[in-house]
Design a protein around this ligand. Structure first.
Ligand code: UDP
Ligand code: MG
Length: 317
């Protein structure tokens, strides 16, 4: 089995309705490129018929389709990670299953790669998600740009191309709870970005709840920056300094004016504020500690039930 030029990696979670539309357009676009390719789908514990649909496409294109069937739902980034591990292409492209990233635009990523870039990200022209999602995403982009040295216009856009050397480094890093586009960027020597059309989801709805979006954002920040912890230290130092001044001031007042009890509510307001900051700080430390725990526990990041692929694949390149 020769190494294909291109590996296309697609995480799938309850996408039975979208998959036929996706495959229809994807294979047509890939054939039009006249390059050798493979498509790796990771079924991320779907509860619908996604796996059955994928198997139909495997029957149809056994030399091109490979399926990784996860034992449970490990999340989009781990689904991509598993497919990266299996991928063989010289260039690896990741896209969503829901057709929000049009497969017809894959050529744009490859054109940029041909210009000598080893990482080609993308940003969505006019984002077709609800206003709430769009604003959360803008905020998270700002937080990432402020706290980390990762520079990209649109971190939420997963439609990206990675050179084999980056994929090998991502796989070797054995990260968990990570954010793949940011990790890839870390290893890129010559990154670039292109604009992509963004389409509304054809069928089904977003697989992310608000809680999961928050979790992914935490993964992004805590994986790539210690700045939040350092900000807490700085804040603590500033508050200590101010409190010290307040103590001196109150002491002087005590001596000059005598005992006073007014201003209790102001005191409570300040106290509540500081206690909430302390609780947040404990949570933040917990985020980092949790990551250390996960890494040290050395459990597998995901469990694969089955890999459905042509038997000859993987038997030497
Ligand atoms: N996805 C996944 N596991 C999950 C959630 C999502 O594999 O736990 C896949 C999903 O099937 C899709 C991609 O990740 O291919 C992006 O998900 P979605 O379109 O729901 O995210 P959004 O576009 O709302 O950010
Ligand atoms: Mg989507």
């Amino acid at each position: 089995m020769v190494q294909p030029y291109l590996s296309v990696v697609i995480p799938v979670y309850n996408e039975e309705e979208t998959l036929p539309f996706l495959c229809e357009r994807l294979f047509k676009s890939l054939d039009a490129l006249h390059k050798t390719y493979e498509v790796i789908f990771t079924n991320d514990g779907s509860k619908d018929q996604s796996l059955a649909v994928l198997k139909q496409y495997y029957q149809r294109y056994p030399d091109k389709v490979r399926i990784i069937d996860f034992h449970g739902n490990y999340g989009q980034h781990m689904a991509i990670m598993a497919a990266f591990e299996k991928s063989r292409g010289h260039v690896v492209i990741n896209l969503d299953a829901d057709l929000q990233n049009p497969p017809e635009e894959i050529y744009k990523l490859l054109e940029k790669m041909d210009q000598g870039h080893d990482y080609v990200g993308s940003y969505r022209d006019h984002r077709k998600d609800n206003i709430f999602r769009t604003y959360i995403s803008k905020l998270m982009n700002w937080v990432r740009a402020t706290l980390t040295d990762i520079q990209m216009r649109d971190q939420g856009c997963m439609f990206r191309a990675y050179h084999r050397h980056i994929i090998d480094k991502i796989v070797a890093s054995q990260e968990r709870s990570t954010f793949i586009p940011a990790l890839g960027y870390k290893f890129a020597l010559n990154p670039a970005e292109v604009e992509m059309r963004h389409e509304p989801r054809v069928v089904g709805s977003s697989k992310y709840s608000l809680y999961q979006l928050i979790r992914v954002s935490f993964d992004l920040i805590t994986s790539f920056s210690l700045v939040p912890l350092q900000l807490f230290t700085l804040f603590g130092m500033a508050v200590s300094g101010l409190s010290g001044l307040l103590v001196v001031y109150l002491l002087v007042r005590r001596l000059m004016v005598g005992p006073e009890v007014e201003g209790v509510f102001t005191l409570f307001a300040i106290l509540f504020f500081l206690v909430s900051v302390v609780i947040m700080g404990i949570g933040l430390v917990g985020e980092y500690l949790g990551r250390v725990f996960q890494t040290l526990s050395q459990r597998p990041r995901f469990v694969i039930r089955e890999v459905i692929e042509d038997k000859n694949i993987g038997k030497g390149a």
